[in-house]
Design a protein around this ligand. Structure first.
Ligand code: ADP
Ligand code: MG
Length: 340
């Protein structure tokens, strides 16, 4: 079972300036898996920009051209889960062996390896084995190797061995082409000016872009209304509003804890472990910055702290952001995520 989705292929992964390098590197790898300099091929970029689609497309194409090769697609989260299970059941060696006999290994969202020392160690060995034997490794991540945190140096350096190719935000022409292709495949006709209106106004990512058009089609068939520019305007407005939704303290805590890969309970807990304290302070800082809540109210919502603690957190974050490069990066990354 390769776990590949045949609908995610090259044919419907539309080309544009934003993805040309990654797409053609993917094609090169698919033509000669393990036989190009792009090993590993690491595809990185923000949410909804096509990492998973492209990773599948490479696998699907290889399976097509080389049916005898074993191709495996797996999400990093699932890989971590499998590894944890294997350790618990004393099957670590079987786990390693299983991965060492694969010809093409595709792991999606390797940023989730960060902070997972055991998984990184086992993956390091699998990686070396596959690479030495000329097997192809394809990885995706939400950031470039240089920006990855809590990943061992020896693994990071291997990530950089091959090619890191970025998926950027598609430009207007590409967005129009993606929408038209989708409509064509779904057998739906929508006037060009409406397609262009949607493409012009939804720039966040391809997933949202497709979501808007799906919602437009659904609205029109549900209400038996024609698809008009007016209807498109209403839907686009809703989409844009939803994306720029008001930032709540809950949302901030969720984003911050996701970023540091802990759960909200941990972020709120009484622990004095440095990285958890810092995560909590960052949540407080952004709550102060992005909401109208009082210091007292912020404190009570983030782990029942008092207003002095929140004030102290804001000052600390401000200081660290000016003195600690790594910390400054956290602030910038989180700010970006919160205001996306
Ligand atoms: P990511 O893994 O980067 O979050 P996905 O691969 O899940 O993004 O892509 C989100 C959606 O956008 C999918 O439905 C995918 O098919 C579509 N998509 C992304 N890029 C393109 C493209 N260049 N052409 C066509 N569809 C695309
Ligand atoms: Mg994905």
């Amino acid at each position: 079972e390769s776990q590949l989705n045949p609908n995610y292929n090259f044919e419907n992964f539309l080309e544009g300036d934003s993805n040309r390098l990654a797409r053609s590197a993917g094609l090169a790898v698919a033509n000669k898996p393990g036989g190009t300099a792009f090993n590993p091929l690491l595809i990185f970029g923000g949410v909804g920009l096509g990492k998973t689609h492209l990773a599948h497309a490479i696998g699907v194409d290889i399976k097509d051209k080389y049916p005898e090769k074993t191709v495996l697609y797996i999400s990093a989260e699932k890989f971590i889960q499998q590894y944890t299970d294997a350790v618990r059941k004393n099957n670590r060696n079987d786990f390693i062996h299983f991965y060492q006999i694969i010809d093409i290994l595709i792991i999606d969202d390797v940023q989730f390896f960060s902070g997972k020392a055991g998984t990184q160690d086992v993956f390091f060995h699998i990686f070396n084995h596959l690479h030495q034997n000329g097997k192809q490794i394809i990885l995706t991540s939400d950031k470039a190797p240089v920006d990855m945190q809590d990943i061992e140096q020896r693994l990071l350096s291997r990530f950089k061995w091959g090619l890191s190719a970025e998926l950027q935000h598609p430009d207007f022409e590409t967005r129009v082409a993606i929408l038209q292709n989708k409509l064509f495949r779904d057998g739906v006709e929508i006037p060009n000016d409406i397609v262009e209106y949607v493409a012009k106004n939804i720039k966040s990512n391809v997933r949202e872009l497709e979501g808007a058009i799906v919602s437009l089609i659904a609205q029109s068939s549900f209400n038996k209304k024609e698809i008009t520019l007016d209807l498109a305007k209403q839907i686009v407005e809703k989409f844009v509003k939803n994306t720029k939704r008001e930032i709540s303290i809950d949302y901030i805590q969720k984003v911050v804890s996701d970023y540091f890969q802990m759960d909200v309970d941990t972020l709120q807990s009484k622990t004095r472990k440095r990285h958890i304290v810092q995560a909590r302070q960052l949540a407080m800082f952004f709550a102060k910055k992005f909401t109208k809540a009082s210091l007292a109210s912020i404190g009570s919502q983030i782990g029942k702290r008092d207003h002095a603690t929140v004030l102290h957190a804001c000052k600390t974050v401000d200081n660290l952001a000016h003195t600690d490069k790594q910390f400054k990066k956290y602030v910038e990354d989180l700010q970006k995520k919160l205001t996306l």
